[in-house]
Design a protein around this ligand. Structure first.
Ligand code: ZN
Ligand code: ZN
Ligand code: FE
Length: 763
């Protein structure tokens, strides 16, 4: 007889809401083991009792049996309790205590098995818009607290029918302990209303009405997974234009929901990596290049751009709709421009009633707003531009960081980060904090992430900019302490960008950080954005930067590329006439520049993009943030042009020789845009060669530009540098929170008496 033993395995990682416990249950049965498995605040505990060899076999087999969405970070052994059940069972979750740190799962797009059921007339879930199982369905969008159980989700109000309950209790069924399990008898259902909420149809009739309204060119507000979408026929130029006017969205591109991968391929070029992202369970919006002569979409969907933000259906509701329609629809966030996305039925009717003709509502509450995620694939890897539904919350391990730290993030593309269980957990995209609604959402996101993890704010880290709404709001959340500022610290904006890139890539030591973006407050009070920082996570020195130039009218300057052009020309002392102004406007701005009143100095690469876009006649006033840079990137095509000359003024990279050549030349705007990109890339190489740091980090919003990123990666690699970029974390200001925590954690470590000092040089 083999030796009998018992042991508890404490599993950490992404093991809740992914069908982990059923897998353990089945494997334990097969191995003839007794015991139990239960979710805990930190992951899952497994008690195993039986033969020592059987336990070994179980442990050996478990990794190979994990469901696709599960991920084990660590397994720790604990002593087993005395009472051991006579069989193997799934126990109810642990009582909530301590920091709840189990990896929270993002929402998962519909799996093939569920899809098969909803299109099978003989299945009891035929055309049911909320089918899901342990492999797919809503997760973070319905989660109110950890551990993940039906009672802690927005499904708690729905009582399972006998058939659903039987699936839920059957360890051999793929809906065994599927927390959002539901069917047409017992689960949520859809309702079709007019613009003031009068119910016109329900259930199947509502689905039919939805498709018919879109066929007829109407605009529909549809409640989805992370909030409401506004939908119109993407082929119908008039309908798309009407949506733009009602939504007050001038030119910003709309995302498009396609019925099938084949439909996307008819309209766009799709690489294997892009296809994999489109079909992934994250199901993000992927930026794709329009096919030359590609057909099907109205020009007003993405005016003046060669890219389309494309996505595929990711819930049964979206699948059913797109199968009924068979043509692409615009699917844009249900909000007025720049406000957060609506999640509540009444709120949507109130806020979107002037935009949408009809509403498709449902009665499963959404726990928190989440926009669709947006990414582009560059050099085979993603550039995440917006982290939302399907990717949020994201977390990055950061060894030794205490629980309850709050990183406030930045002002634009804001996102908060909190620390829990040795991880930095990043909130979904919140938006630009220029709007009260976004500031309220920022505040709610803090409570939400802290609350889900059962934490309170212990320490606050903010940007150095005192007037960011995130900075001001976060300071008020700082816990009181004896000497006031103990629990509050600030991090310079571009240092945070680079530290985020270091933390994501697990880099310690000294790097050259290339932090290029639109704006961030520098330590000298000027506006930075073309920075080369040499340093560690804890500290840095400003090694080089772009030659600063003046911007007249600080806030307006960020919206008017022509003002950046004027500043560049005046800084150079050029007689070239600044484009886009009346003579009266020009006189006023010149007097501002002369007096220095309401004028800032900036080294921003983002503003240099603006200046070039203006001088090439591409864009004088922005309709949305980043528009000038996107248009220039589009204009430059595949790149590969020779760089313009540039110089140095001390540690400042001088763009004046480039501008002079650009203005004197009679090249096409396409070629000039390509040469401008090439020059920026050579500037990075020049600084890298001067500093001789083997590791170079690229961060900041400018590295959403694929031409710039791919060129810098290639040239720096050719020159023998190790180049680090973002993959999981946005390079734009949504990644700032991670960097703020990384800097604060590193400072804390370096203040220890035994810490090594390592700032300054490379090598
Ligand atoms: Zn499924
Ligand atoms: Zn049911
Ligand atoms: Fe930034």
């Amino acid at each position: 007889m083999t030796k009998q033993c018992s042991i508890v395995l404490r599993v950490r990682g992404r093991v809740q809401g992914v069908g982990f416990r059923p897998v353990v249950f089945r494997l334990a049965h097969e191995s003839g083991l007794r015991g139990w498995v239960c979710n805990t605040s930190g992951g899952a505990d497994i008690l195993l009792a039986g033969g020592g060899e059987a336990i070994d076999r179980f442990r050996h087999a478990l990794p190979g049996r994990l469901p696709a969405a599960a991920h084990i970070e660590s397994i720790e052994e604990r002593a087993a309790p005395a009472d051991i059940p006579s069989g193997f069972e799934i126990r109810l979750s642990d009582a909530p205590d301590g920091a709840r740190v189990a990896g929270i799962l993002p929402d998962l797009a519909t799996c093939p098995d569920c899809l098969r059921e909803i299109v099978d007339p003989h299945d009891r879930r035929y055309r049911y818009p909320f089918a899901n199982c342990t492999h797919c369905g809503p997760r973070f969008s319905i989660l109110n607290a950890l551990p993940y159980d039906r009672a802690t989700t927005t499904m708690r109000g729905f009582r399972m029918c006998a058939a659903c309950e039987a699936e839920y209790q059957n360890p051999h069924h793929r809906r065994f302990h599927a927390q959002p399990n539901a069917c047409a008898v017992c689960g949520p259902h859809v309702t079709w209303t007019d613009a003031v909420g009068t119910v016109l149809a329900e259930r199947e009739a509502a689905l039919q009405a939805l498709a018919e309204a879109l066929r007829q060119g109407h605009c529909v507000a549809m409640k989805g997974l992370g909030g409401f979408h506004l939908l119109v026929d993407a082929r119908d130029a008039v309908a798309v234009q009407r949506l733009r006017e009602r939504k007050q969205r001038d030119q910003k591109p709309f995302a498009v929901l396609f019925p099938t991968p084949e439909a996307i391929a008819e309209t766009c070029e799709v690489s294997d990596a892009e296809q994999a992202w489109l079909a992934s369970q994250a199901a993000p919006i992927v930026l794709l290049r329009k096919r030359a002569g590609g057909r099907g979409l109205a020009d007003t969907v993405a005016p003046g751009l060669p890219w389309i933000g494309a996505m595929l259906p990711y819930t049964p509701l979206h699948h059913l709709l797109m199968r009924d329609l068979g043509f692409p629809v615009v699917a844009t966030s249900g909000n007025l421009t720049d406000e957060p996305i609506c999640i509540d039925n009444d709120e949507a009717l109130a806020r979107l009633g002037t935009i949408a003709d009809f509403f498709l509502l449902h009665d499963r509450p959404i726990a928190r707003p989440m926009d669709d995620s947006v990414l582009a694939v560059c050099a085979g890897e993603p550039i995440i531009m917006r982290r939302g539904r399907g990717l949020a919350p994201g977390s990055i391990p950061l060894a030794g960081v205490p629980d309850g730290w709050l990183a406030a993030g930045a002002q634009m593309k804001s996102s908060v980060a909190v620390t829990a269980g040795g991880h930095v957990v990043m909130s979904p995209h919140i938006g630009d904090l220029d709007h009260d609604g976004a500031v309220r959402l920022w505040r709610r996101s803090v409570d939400d992430l802290m609350g889900v993890h059962g934490l309170t704010v212990e320490r606050v880290v903010t940007d150095q900019h005192p007037n960011y709404a995130s900075t001001r709001t976060a300071m008020a959340l700082c816990p009181p302490s004896a000497d006031d500022h103990t629990h509050l610290e600030t991090v310079q904006h571009h240092h945070a960008h680079i530290a985020a890139c270091m933390a994501e890539n697990g880099l310690e030591g000294t790097v050259l950080g290339v932090a290029w973006d639109g704006t961030g407050l520098g330590t000298d009070g000027t506006i930075w954005g073309g920075e080369f920082l040499v340093g560690t996570r804890a500290e840095f020195r400003r090694a080089a930067w772009l030659r600063p130039f003046p911007l007249a009218g600080a806030d307006a300057a960020a919206r008017e590329p022509r003002r950046a052009a004027l500043g560049v020309l005046r800084e150079m002392g050029s007689a070239y006439p600044p484009p886009g102004f009346s003579s009266a406007q020009l006189a006023l701005l010149d007097s501002m520049l002369h007096s220095g009143l309401n004028v800032v100095q900036t080294s921003s690469v983002g503003r240099l993009f603006d200046a070039v876009a203006s001088l090439l006649g591409v864009c004088q006033i922005l309709s949305h943030e980043g528009q000038a840079a996107m248009r220039l990137e589009a204009l430059a095509g595949g790149g590969g042009a020779d760089p313009y000359p540039f110089g140095w003024i001390g540690p400042a990279l001088d763009w004046a020789p480039m501008m002079a050549a650009l203005l004197a030349g009679d090249e096409s705007p396409e070629r000039a845009a390509a040469r401008f990109h090439a020059t920026l890339i050579e500037m990075i190489v020049a600084v890298a060669q001067h500093e001789q740091c083997p590791d170079v980090c690229l961060s900041g919003g400018c590295f959403q530009n694929r031409l710039l990123l791919v060129g810098a990666l290639r040239r720096l690699t050719d020159e023998g540098f190790r180049v680090w970029r973002h993959r999981d974390v946005p390079p734009n200001d949504a990644g700032i929170g991670l960097g703020q925590v990384a800097v604060a954690a590193a400072r804390r470590l370096s203040k220890r008496p035994d810490a090594e000092k390592s700032a300054g040089g490379c090598g």
